[in-house]
Design a protein around this ligand. Structure first.
Ligand SMILES: [Fe+2]
Ligand SMILES: [Fe+2]
Length: 190
């Protein structure tokens, strides 16, 4: 794996300008958190750069990639808005030859999180929600929490996302509630 390769240049050719600007914000925030939590900066940059690389792939193609790599049951457990996480995982692994499992997991799980996320996964998840180009006030609240406790920030971001989706009437996968409940229990123990 080439840590020096500029993955951002590849992303730039595949996403809209607004998404590229969001990606720069995620890198900035993720690196800030990585310094606080002693996570490798190169790995953090790579995961943040690539997390939304699949965002504009045709939805039927995304479905096909998930079906081929993870199976129908997994595909059925997801809603279309989150397909681009697992699809980006496949692109990073198979096309860009990224072999670091922690980076791949951080890319894969940036949309809905998972139980037992690593510190890098939590950082990418939280940075995606709280980067400076996000216009909702919850972004700043989330970042303030992240500086003190990543688990609390993950719980906060998940809870906000689920409330938002519920208010819009979107279908939500049960696994997302399970993940939120896991982080709620975890933060209550602290
Ligand atoms: Fe995303
Ligand atoms: Fe994102």
């Amino acid at each position: 794996m080439d840590y020096k390769k500029n993955y951002l240049d590849i992303v730039k050719t595949r996403v809209k300008e607004s998404r590229y600007i969001h990606t720069l914000g995620v890198i900035e925030t993720a690196v800030k958190l990585a310094k606080i939590y002693n996570v490798d900066i190169d790995k953090t940059r790579i995961a943040a750069s690539l997390h939304d690389i699949a965002k504009y792939i045709d939805i039927d193609k995304q479905k096909e990639i998930i079906h081929k790599n993870f199976g129908q049951e997994f595909l059925d457990s997801l809603v279309p808005q989150v397909y681009h996480g697992p699809v980006a995982y496949v692109i990073a692994r198979d096309e860009l030859n990224i072999d670091d499992q922690d980076i791949l997991n951080a890319i894969m799980n940036h949309t809905i999180g998972r139980i037992h996320m690593s510190t890098l996964e939590k950082i990418i998840f939280v940075a995606d929600f709280s980067e400076p180009n996000r216009e909702f006030k919850e972004a700043k609240i989330c970042l303030d929490k992240a500086i003190k406790s990543l688990d609390e920030a993950v719980y906060y971001a998940l809870d906000q996302q689920l409330r938002h989706l519920e208010s819009k009437g979107y279908k939500i996968a049960m696994i997302e509630y399970d993940v939120r409940d896991y982080y709620r229990r975890l933060t209550n123990l602290e």
